[in-house]
Design a protein around this ligand. Structure first.
Ligand code: NDP
Ligand code: KPL
Length: 315
């Protein structure tokens, strides 16, 4: 069995590194700016608890061409949400019968892939942790958290391999997992706007209050839409706004786990803004706004954040 990782960026390269620990045959499909670095330096992965591990360039395959997925029966889609359509066209062209996992933020990527790929098995996934890209093909897991994948009979033969590598949590209700992660991701634009590392941003009450207001609106629209998000951390999601609103000193005492973040960590949306790329804001805050419109609930803070990100995207 060979695995294709479609979208060799932070998540794709980090997960590839976990699979390479078991010498899995894989191809990373991505852009030249990543490929050149991987070919020169190899692929290095690390996390907060372990030393960096480097895989030399001859231990994995990298390709800029989607044709490279032709001999892969399993495809991990690790592109941004607005790139899912292109990813599905690439898969439809070269491997329409594959088992496809979406390791993306947002709640509509797996359904989009399923619609575009009627002969594939599409399994939703959610990555809870943050990965930062460091110079020299180095991808560093900078926060705690797991990868969640949807339980599916087609994934049975992969369970042993995945358990030895990136150790996903298999979940029967990925909709509630993804809507829960969406609430956490409402911080992505705030981190981009703050332009400071995640840890510093969460230690700053002004930014926490913005996030609390976004999450509060999210919880209100979820109630109206009948969505019950699973709690992914120790703190139940419905308590998040209250916890985030506490003064700095109390927050630091109560939210030790939430603040165990590498000082280098920044949200993926911050990375997009820095690189002059479009962001996923329409799939994140945009989803809260869309649900609000559907259920006649105002979402002014998410709208303001979304507008600010669209302005930053223009610069
Ligand atoms: N980074 C993080 O810490 C986390 C990210 N996530 C989610 O994971 C998903 C992936 O994010 P991330 O890894 O940060 O994204 P990145 O932008 O770092 O990586 C994606 C890479 O794939 C490339 N790409 C996109 N489409 C194709 C294609 N059709 N063929 C080949 N290459 C392609 C992109 O190129 P380019 O854009 O230059 O065209 C980019 O280099 C997102 O949904 C994100 O929200 C979830 C948790 C944490
Ligand atoms: C930071 C994190 C892990 C949660 O908001 C994330 O999902 C991202 O950077 O996209």
């Amino acid at each position: 069995m060979k695995i294709a990782i479609l979208g060799a960026g932070c998540i794709g390269c980090y997960v590839a590194g976990q699979l390479l620990k078991e010498k899995v045959s894989l191809v990373l499909i991505g852009r030249p700016y990543i490929g050149d670095s991987l070919k020169q330096h190899g692929l290095t992965v690390s996390d907060q608890d372990s030393q960096p591990l480097t895989f030399p360039p001859d231990t994995f395959e990298f390709s800029e061409a989607p044709e490279a997925m032709r001999d892969c029966s399993v495809i991990l889609v690790c592109t941004k949400s607005h790139q899912t359509e292109q990813a599905s066209q690439d898969i439809a062209h070269f491997r329409p019968d594959a088992t496809v996992f979406s390791l993306q933020n947002g709640v509509h990527n797996a359904p989009k892939l399923s619609t575009a790929l009627p002969d594939a098995t599409v399994i939703p996934g959610t990555v809870v942790f943050n990965v930062v890209s460091l110079p020299g093909g180095h991808f560093h897991k900078a926060t705690e958290g797991d990868i969640y994948l949807g339980e599916h009979p087609a994934a049975a033969s992969l369970k042993a391999l995945f358990a030895k590598t990136f150790q996903p949590v298999w979940h029967t209700d990925m909709r509630s997992v993804q809507y829960s992660k969406l609430l956490v991701n409402l911080n992505n634009p705030i981190n981009a706007i703050s332009d400071i590392p995640l840890k510093k941003e969460l230690e700053t009450r002004h930014f926490r209050k913005m996030l609390a207001a976004c999450i509060y609106e999210g919880l209100e629209v979820y109630k109206a839409a009948g969505i019950s998000p699973t709690s992914l951390g120790k703190v139940p999601v419905k308590w998040l706004p209250r916890l985030l609103n506490t003064p700095d000193i109390i927050f630091k005492l109560l939210a030790k786990q939430m603040l165990s973040i590498d000082p280098k960590a920044r949200s993926s949306m911050w990375q997009d803004i820095q690189n002059g790329k479009p962001t996923e804001v329409d799939d994140l805050n945009g989803e809260i706004i869309r649900l609000g419109q559907l259920h006649y609930i105002r979402t002014p803070v998410n709208s303001q954040v979304l507008d600010q990100i669209h302005q930053l995207e223009q610069h």
